[in-house]
Design a protein around this ligand. Structure first.
Ligand code: B3K
Ligand code: ZN
Length: 864
């Protein structure tokens, strides 16, 4: 398959001004008529042929300016598209095609889910609906008429505002939608079927009355409150923070249970995975509620950053995704505890993006090439992209950033632009030179930041020496220094802040920063708030322990505690390998005790700080991973800490029980998080008291957060209560897809030695379905990416299972299949024996005839 390169970008030869679509819906044979107003692009090199993309379309007819096109002027392309020769400068093209929604298991284009019709067009799904120049720099105004059976599809939705509806013969009906805003084809959407609306309204600050509706299946109306509330808060926040108002009379969200990702920002008609809409206390966890707020706000914010100003080409994806993730993170931080939100975001970045940046698929935030664009909806484009925007804001200042956003939107409204255009607007509005800063977009790999310090007691001068380097990544052997904003402070031996706090800008490979007038050597608190996405090293264990107790910055306090724990865990890994007995390190015990002394100051923070670094994070700090040893050490520590502090965990667990009405505010969530962190330790403690508590909490818990936390403890155990709990949970929730996903995931992530056998058995379970991406992620994804010790089982059977799954999935849904490959690509991190087994499985996938180009790209790059 061909590689697409950024440097090969050329403007489109033809532009489309108007699109008039007519869809006659039918499960096996939907007819799509498209009328396109085309004209030659004055800014493009002259072309003789019109190029139209197409995929899985059956052409019925094609007319140019009203006349049928002779076959010799229409050349079918190998990729399913069409080239049309000898076209005039301005013309109307009318096509009719037939497509089969029921045969569409790829879930890209128009497909059926539970008898209802949905579309997904980003990145290249519109070409599966009609022939079109399917690229984001072709922006057109759309009129869409949908026609369907009235009984099967009472609801007919598309982008923009409603513009008429009526009856047709034979029990059919139609509805028309007009979207006044020019948009790229990837933002097109249609939803049709038997859905019900939960309605509300929002009045924009200039007085536009917007009708809001969330469309769900009958019976789910009571589960939309949190999504609706998140939507209204997002609309208000964007007005207050950026002066950005909604721009249509309606805002529709439709929820679907078969969806390749989280949600999609189609203009005026967002389509959501039900996972990010539906929530009731008895079915959704606090994490689910948080996910809903994040994704609803994210998709809403795209209306300006993505839709009104869109991407010129897919290499610019982070223009909309990095910026919009930054905006949703900022929104959530503004709604509750900014500090705890930041920890969670950093944890996610380190868990997903750092390994990507160190692995075979490493790519810059603005990639230089791809084979399949869907493989580049990555943690790097999204999360690292958001970190780059955050650093830019630190450099230009809050006011400069707002001015930059204003200028960006004023300059580029209704345009398809580049990351360069965004940086230029920030620079022009703020007056801050961002030339060097742009390297963050071009260079892959996580920079390593090292610190040394010295103190001259005679002069009172303290010197911080900061240095940086970025390891080589595929295709980028040499790296340049990047500007790294290091927010910092100095802490005295008494634990008090010394003068000198601020932001240091490290621009060179190495720089000294001096501070005068100190009476004693301070401890440096660096990267406050995680001011740059880098790996920091050079602080001693003693300094880390000190910062974990004394720093005023919550991020550094948490992170120093985590780094401290990593260091102790690595020492225990050595003991484990040498078959020495393992002991609970006293320093670690002391920091747990200190945390517990102040547990109730901020329960959410305490819960985060009590949680040991993940197995993957610890393995990432080793030259060669050792999943078995790391797992043994982490389990040992959980048991030892659980046993040592059993009394205090038990008291907290009892005190923190939810009384009174269930609430989902930050305070209530923080209490549940801490309570369940205590339960998790108790579950590992000697004596079985934790398991008894888990069983009781499982049986009486009034909300899914508590029930699931208890089930997780039981699922890890050999307790006789385990089987009963799992069976009871399945019996109670088997009609409930999203809860059943949790049942699959909890078993897939169990620490028990028989987990892979269980997972294989679950693939054969009646409730498992390879065609449902949520279910696939819950079972296969959770096992491969969320259970390192079992996935990396020395037998290699975990690898074989994943490869078999990828092969089976690739025949059903290539996007989901390609996404599952990831864990096998980390073979370089493992020992030689495991590495060879992983490579053998990758090679076996690659041999499959007819492999999709997306899976091919992931597997072949992983082997390289
Ligand atoms: N823009 C979509 C993601 C589309 C993924 C296509 N494979 C959702 C989002 O990021 O908001
Ligand atoms: Zn997005």
């Amino acid at each position: 398959p061909p590689t697409i390169r950024r440097e090969d970008y050329r403007p489109p030869a033809f532009l489309v001004d108007e699109v008039d679509l007519h869809l006659a819906l039918h499960p096996a044979a939907t007819r799509v008529k498209a009328r396109l107003d085309l004209r030659r692009n004055p800014a493009a090199e002259p072309a003789t042929a019109l190029e139209l993309d197409g995929e899985a379309l059956k052409l019925v007819s094609l007319r140019l300016d009203g006349a049928a096109l002779p076959p010799e002027r229409v050349r079918p392309r190998a990729d399913g598209g069409l080239s049309i020769d000898g076209v005039p400068d301005r013309f109307v093209l009318e096509s009719e095609v037939e497509i089969s929604p029921e045969a569409n298991s790829e879930l890209s284009g128009l497909y059926l889910s539970g008898g209802n019709y949905f579309t997904q067009c980003e990145a290249e799904g519109f070409r599966r609906i009609t022939f079109f120049p399917d690229r984001p720099d072709v922006m057109a105004r759309y009129t869409t008429t949908i026609e369907a059976d009235r009984a099967a599809c009472p609801v007919l939705l598309s982008n923009g505002n409603p513009d008429g509806a009526g009856d047709l013969p034979d029990g059919r009906h139609w509805a028309r939608w007009v979207d006044p805003h020019p948009k790229p084809s990837y933002l097109f959407a249609v939803v049709a079927g038997d859905l019900v609306a939960v309605r509300d309204s929002f009045t924009t600050r200039s007085g536009r009355e917007v009708a809001l509706a969330i469309w769900v299946r009958q019976g789910d109306e009571d589960a939309c409150g949190h999504a609706m509330d998140s939507l209204k808060r997002s609309m208000a926040w964007d007005e207050e923070t950026y002066g950005l108002e909604y721009d249509l009379d309606v805002f529709n969200i439709a929820a679907v249970s078969d969806f390749n990702m989280g949600a999609m920002e189609n203009k005026g008609l967002n389509v959501f995975n039900t996972k990010y809409i539906l929530a009731r206390p008895e079915t959704a966890t606090d994490a689910d509620y948080e996910g809903i707020e994040t994704v609803v706000s994210h998709e809403y914010f795209h209306n300006w950053t993505g839709n009104r100003v869109t991407c010129r080409d897919w290499f610019q994806l982070s223009l909309k995704e990095g910026l919009t993730v930054f905006r949703d993170q900022h929104f959530t931080a503004d709604q509750g505890s900014a500090a705890v939100k930041r920890l969670a975001d950093v944890r996610r970045l380190r868990a997903a993006q750092f390994p990507e940046d160190a692995g075979p698929m490493a790519h810059p935030v603005r990639p230089d090439s791809y084979v399949e664009i869907n493989n580049f909806y990555t943690a790097t484009v999204y999360q690292k992209g958001a970190e780059v925007v955050r650093m830019m804001r630190a450099l230009v200042g809050e006011a400069g950033f707002r001015k930059g956003m204003d200028l960006y939107i004023a300059r580029h409204d209704n345009q398809a632009v580049t990351i360069e255009d965004f940086a230029q607007a920030m620079q022009d509005a703020s007056g801050v030179d961002l030339t060097r800063f742009r390297r963050w977009y071009a260079q892959a790999g996580t920079p390593e930041l090292r610190v040394r310090d010295s103190f001259d007691a005679a002069t009172g001068r303290y010197t911080l020496t900061l240095s940086q380097s970025t390891p080589p990544t595929p295709g980028q052997p040499e790296k340049l220094p990047v500007p790294i904003p290091v927010r910092m402070g100095l802490i005295g031996a008494d634990g008090a802040e010394r003068p000198g706090a601020g932001v240091l800008l490290l621009e060179e490979a190495e720089q000294d920063f001096t501070f005068e007038g100190l009476e004693a050597k301070p401890v440096p608190s660096l990267l406050r708030g995680f001011s740059a996405p880098v790996k920091l090293s050079g602080l001693s264990l003693e300094q880390l322990g000190f910062l974990a107790r004394h720093d005023t910055d919550p991020f550094v306090r948490w992170d120093s505690g985590q780094q401290y724990a990593v260091a102790e865990m690595l020492r225990l890994v050595e003991d484990f390998r040498a078959q020495r007995p393992l002991d609970l390190p006293e320093g670690l015990a002391a920091s747990i005790a200190a945390l517990l002394d102040r547990a109730m100051d901020d329960p959410a923070f305490t819960a985060e700080a009590l949680t040991l670094p993940s197995e993957d994070f610890v393995s990432d700090q080793m030259p060669v991973a050792d999943p078995e040893a790391v797992h043994a050490v982490r389990q040992f520590l959980r048991a030892a800490i659980g046993t040592r502090f059993a009394g205090r965990f038990a008291v907290l667990h009892a005190e923190l029980a939810d009384h009174g009405p269930y609430r989902i505010d930050g305070a209530a969530m923080g209490r549940r998080a801490l309570r369940n962190a205590c339960l998790s330790y108790l579950g590992q403690a000697e004596g079985g008291e934790g398991l008894r508590r888990a069983e009781a909490q499982f049986n009486t818990g009034g909300n899914m957060t508590d029930v699931l936390a208890a089930l997780r403890v039981l699922a890890d155990s050999d307790s006789p209560a385990r089987e009963a709990a799992l069976a009871g949970f399945h019996g109670r929730w088997k009609q409930h897809d999203l809860v059943l996903d949790k049942w699959f995931a909890i078993q897939a992530m169990s620490a028990r030695a028989d987990t892979l056998q269980q997972v294989k058995a679950l693939v054969g379970h009646l409730d498992f379905d390879l065609r449902n991406p949520n279910r696939v992620r819950a079972l296969i994804g959770a096992f491969a990416a969320g259970n390192p010790s079992q996935f990396h089982h020395a037998s290699g059977e975990g690898y074989r299972f994943l490869a078999d799954s990828v092969i089976a999935l690739d025949a059903v849904n290539t996007q989901v299949a390609a996404r599952m490959v990831g864990p096998l690509g980390q073979w370089k991190r493992q020992d030689a024996r495991r590495g060879a087994l992983m490579r053998a499985e990758l090679a076996r996938i690659l041999e499959r005839p007819g492999l999709s180009k997306g899976t091919f790209e992931k597997v072949s790059k992983s082997l390289a």
